[in-house]
Design a binder for this molecule. Sequence first.
Ligand code: IYR
Length: 239
Amino acid sequence: MRQRPYSEYREYPEEEMIRRALEIHQELSRRRTVRHFSDRPVPREIIEQCLLAASSAPSGANRQPWHFVVVTDPATRKELRAAAETGEREFYGGRAPREWLEALEPLGTDAHKPFLEDASCLIAIFAQTYSLAGEQNRAKNYYVTESVGIATGMLIAALHHCGLATLTHTPSPMSFLKTMLGRPPNERPFLLLVVGYPAEGCQVPDIDRKPLEQIATFVEDESAHRHVDARSSSGEKRA
Ligand code: IYR
């Protein structure tokens, strides 16, 4: 493939890098999954730009194996809600193992999905298991789940950055999304993203995020540590 200079890369002084790191940590930490939405419409321009941001995600062999169906039509949202609730009633009414239901209990979720109608915008995300590069010309896609997962994460972050709330809804089963939204055979439903403004007085579960020690392990060059210690003002060796 033709190569070109990476002229859009930006380098920052280290102080600014640290400031930016703190800033993105704070901004993303303010994101919460919301389950109560107002019906306030979301400007289409914002959705379009956020989808383009999501679609800049890295993907296996750059196949960009995703498709986003944006549903704002109230009648379609009503139908999607009905179909989702049918499956969810079975899930909560016996199909889900007891252990799974116990894990969900603190979140207070059940088969009622009013947010699918309340929120003004739903984005059904589809994963393309293969690309249709023309009639009868299938091209296998690679790392589809990873690619679509990364794009979805970027979409959620982009929408949050613009001041919109989201809910990653995983109706079970999800096949109705494919039939109701008329998607082609090379696509499988990945996730239904509910997008909008939180309802007035919206409450969220009082959860914690794991501390750094629990989520990360650093494998570092010990000699690099000694170097830093040697430079420290006291000059004392750490215990
Ligand atoms: N699909 C169900 C169940 C559900 C599963 C998980 I894992 C969650 O974090 C939340 C819900 C539902 O949407 O209610």
